[in-house]
Each structure stands twice: as C-alpha cells, then as structure tokens.
Design a protein around this ligand. Structure first.
Ligand code: 13P
Length: 298
C-alpha cells in the first residue's frame, strides 16, 4: 500500500507535536452530516487536483512534516472508506467525527475507535458542541478520548462557550471546566496514552458555540485571549496544538492563523467547497512562510 497517510503513524506525529517541534499548521475539515458519494467524490478529487496537502503548500519546500501545513478531512462514517480510496496517495489525514467509548459489543448504531483506526483514520473529533448540545457530557467525552488514544487516534477535543456564557463573562471559566472534565487524565501533566512517559497526543479546538455556522467568527482579540489561556492551561502536557473553529473562511483564515497561539483551524461549511478549503490551506502556508521570513530577518 503506497498510501502515505494510511502508513503515517498518528502517534509519531502527535509525539512530534508534543515534543515542542510542531511549528506547522493543521487545517481540518469537519464535513458534519454532509456528503453523498457522488458529491463527496467530486470534492475529494478537486482537493487532490489542486494539490491540497502536497508539499507545494509547504513554505520553502521543507516537506519535513512538523513545519508544514497538514490537511485533514473528517467525513461522515459512511464515507470514510471511499474517501480514503479517492485520496489515493495524497497526504491528507482522515478523521472521524465521533467514536464510542467501548471497544465493541451491543451498542447499536455506534462506531468504536478500533473501527475508525481499521478504516484508516488518524484523527477523531470529540466533544463537538453539536454533540454536547444533543446531551453528550464531558465525562462521556473523556471516556471516548481515552478510547481514541488506546487506538492511536489523535483526538481533536472541542470546547466552547455559548453566547449567554460569554455575555455573562464566564468564557474562560467555562472553557477551563470543559477542558478539565473532558480529559481522561489530569491537566497537571501526568497524562499519557497508556503508561508511557510521553504525554498523550491531543489537539484542542476552541469553537465558540455562537460562531459555529453563523458566519460570525470570533474577533481576533477574542481568539487571541482564549488561545493564550488554553496554552497556559495545557502547558504541562507539552505543546498541544490549538485550533480555532467557527465561521472560518478563505477571507479570515490567514489573520486567524497568524495569531501566535493558533496552530490551525477546524473548518465546517467552508470545507465542503474544494476551492474555499484549498484557499484556507494556502492561507496557512502563507502565514508560515511569512513567519519564516520575519524570523530570518530578526
Ligand atoms: P462552521 O465553519 O460552519 O462555522 O463550523 C465550525 C465547526 O463546527 C467545525 O467543527
């Protein structure tokens, strides 16, 4: 099998991030409950055709992984296997949108982390606000996160405040509580994926509920404040990549990803359009290239 992303070790990638080496940008498309085979195939083929995820997106052509743009798409369960095949050798990562906490058994309608790994996933979104709003609790999410880690899936843990919570000045308190109670290990730094010394590779996505699907992104100041806070909160876990999600589009992706503590974006609606998603990937690359230039000039 020549497919590079099925051979890629998510655990290794996560370890690289957590080793403090991750200086790239992670751009993840969450397709949510969208996609029938015909349209999805056209979307994936368009992404591949425009070079999404290939090394041409990498600034200065490094192609070293840790300092590149890494793209990932998270289609619905039904499309994981065909998307993997349509991607061919394109180095995009494949992710799911949820998993069950148990290994297997009488859980009608659910999908285990082992099944996702078996289907070629590297990532799994967990705790999305659309699932929290449907009744999923932080302790349940913590169990799912542990299951994902057991099967070498990198969890993208989503947290975010509602508009009412923001207006009441509770944003950081809400985020701190959601983060601490959605992890299966303490934030103080003893987290690991099964007894080893390496902290668990996780990605954290800040998605303000009021910015999701509304076209109204959080302001740069709001994002910067929250990401700085989350960087402090996760400091003992190593370098946890921090994504922003909520009405990210081609027109605002670069300024968001240029913020110091934003390691990438989690994109909903705009990831369903190959051109838009491709432009967001290019924005990530441009930001990285700009950073390299200013670092070199300093
Ligand atoms: P939108 O980009 O459509 O606002 O969705 C964001 C999101 O929920 C990604 O997980």
């Amino acid at each position: 099998m020549t497919n590079s992303f099925t051979n890629a070790s998510a655990k290794d990638a996560g370890a690289a991030w957590l080793g403090g080496e991750f200086a790239g940008k992670l751009v993840v498309g969450n397709w949510k409950m969208n996609g029938l085979a015909t349209d999805a195939k056209a979307l994936v083929q368009a992404l591949v055709a425009q070079g999404a995820g290939d090394k041409s997106l990498a600034p200065q052509g490094q192609g070293q992984g840790q300092s590149d743009v890494q793209l990932a798409i998270c289609p619905p369960f039904t499309l994981l296997n065909p998307v993997r095949q349509w991607l061919g050798a394109a180095p995009l990562w494949l992710g799911a949108q949820d998993c069950h906490a148990e290994e297997k058994g009488a859980f009608t309608g659910n999908i285990s982390a082992a099944m996702l790994r078996d289907a070629g996933c590297q990532l799994c979104i967990l705790g999305h606000s659309e699932r929290r709003q449907a009744g999923e609790s932080s302790p349940q999410i913590a169990e799912k996160l542990a299951a994902a880690l057991r099967h070498q899936l990198i969890p993208i843990l989503c947290i975010g405040e509602t508009l009412a919570e923001r207006q009441a000045g509770q944003t950081l308190a809400v985020l701190a509580e959601q983060l601490a109670s959605s992890l299966p290990f303490p934030l103080e730094g003893s987290g690991n994926s099964g007894g080893g010394a390496t902290p668990a590779p996780i990605v954290l996505a800040y998605e303000p509920v009021w910015a999701i699907g509304t076209g109204l992104s959080a302001t740069l100041d709001q994002i910067a404040e929250v990401h700085q806070f989350l960087r402090q909160q996760t400091a003992a876990l190593g370098h946890v990549p921090l994504l922003y999600g909520g009405s990210v589009k081609a027109s605002n992706a670069a300024e968001i990803m240029a913020l110091g503590d934003v390691d990438g974006v989690l994109v909903g609606g705009a990831s369903l359009n190959a051109e838009d998603f491709g432009q967001i990937a290019v924005a990530a690359s441009t930001v990285l290239a700009g950073r390299s230039v200013s670092t070199a000039a300093a």
